[in-house]
Write a protein that binds this ligand. Structure first.
Ligand code: CP
Length: 304
């Protein structure tokens, strides 16, 4: 049984195969009939223990485009509220003849734990502050689409790195594909050992923007903060907020990315988020083809 638990486990060749498969699925979803029968015999459960808009809908659409049967589980209106465990919940879902689990969970390592106890394929749709592999795949795929490749590009990941699963998965994916990576944010929102991952570290957002070709801008994740961090949203916006005036003063073109949801007026102003420099909605569009590729490849590997 194969899983997608994190980018850390993938080779550059695995990522290229996912990209090439996603290229083909992009052609499919641009056709008048947007479906292929590839997963006609597969049942997928989307098991979400945390809120989601993009990831959940994108996986659901990817599964429908591949003709899979799907069921959706949301912990907030389930028997988890009555005390049922993660493993009991998933085993009950699997007993209904489900083949694949797409799971989002607030606890780092939850899908890795599950992978040791169940036989179905697992796709990690975000585990706490750990990894969000399909987000990093769609992000790097979107850089490849916009700039013609990822190798040699300078990518700054700017924001709340400490609480971000998107940051870690992006660092792994970008490095595997040959990009140079910088992280930038307030010192209080950078993990202590971040430099050991081989990334540049910059505290000044202007210097990060002067250096990079691509800025992947992250939001402050207040929901993951156990203690009240400095800076506040107002302070963050003042010192790290990216707006048109700042970008115009650099006299260079930068591709602006954001995984969503955006806190408009905090990390990004609307005149940047909605500008031609931003590929934020391209990222969302590419998420469907990337997730089709991941599901298709996992199902194919499991058959062989
Ligand atoms: N990018 C992302 O994971 O968004 P959602 O939380 O809405 O799925």
């Amino acid at each position: 049984v194969k899983h997608l638990l994190g980018i850390k486990d993938l080779t550059p060749g695995d990522i290229e195969l996912i990209f090439e498969t996603a290229d083909e699925f992009k052609d499919v979803i641009n056709r008048p009939i947007k479906k292929v029968p590839s997963l006609r015999d597969v049942t997928v459960a989307n098991v979400f223990f945390e809120n989601s808009t993009r990831t959940k809908l994108s996986f659901e659409l990817a599964e429908k485009r591949l003709s899979a049967d799907i069921i959706n589980f949301s912990s907030s209106n389930s028997s988890v509220k009555k005390g049922e465990t993660l493993l009991d919940t998933v085993n009950n879902i699997l007993s209904m003849k489900v083949d694949m689990i797409v799971m989002r969970h607030a606890s780092p390592g939850a899908p890795h734990f599950l992978s040791k106890h169940i036989k179905a394929n697992i796709v990690n749709a975000g585990d706490g502050t750990h990894e969000h592999p399909t987000q990093a795949l769609l992000d790097t795929f979107s850089i490849r689409q916009r700039l013609g490749g990822v190798a040699g590009k300078k990518v700054a990941i700017i924001g709340d790195i400490l609480h971000s699963r998107v940051a870690l998965s992006n660092i792994f994916a970008l490095q595997k594909l040959g990009a140079e990576v910088m992280v930038c944010g307030p010192i209080t929102l950078l993990p202590k050992h971040i430099a050991t991952l081989g990334v540049k570290v910059e505290l000044n957002v202007r210097k990060a923007l002067e250096w990079c070709d691509v800025a992947n801008v992250l939001r402050i994740q207040l929901e993951r903060q156990q203690i009240k961090y400095f800076p506040s949203l107002r302070e963050y916006s003042l010192y790290y907020g990216i707006n048109k005036k700042l970008l115009d003063s650099l006299n260079k073109e930068i591709v602006i990315m954001h995984p969503g949801p955006i806190n408009r007026g905090v990390e990004l102003s609307s005149d940047v988020a909605d500008s031609d420099h931003a590929i934020i909605l391209d990222q969302v569009e590419n998420g469907v083809a990337i997730r089709m590729a991941v599901l298709y490849l996992l199902a194919s590997l499991s058959k062989n």
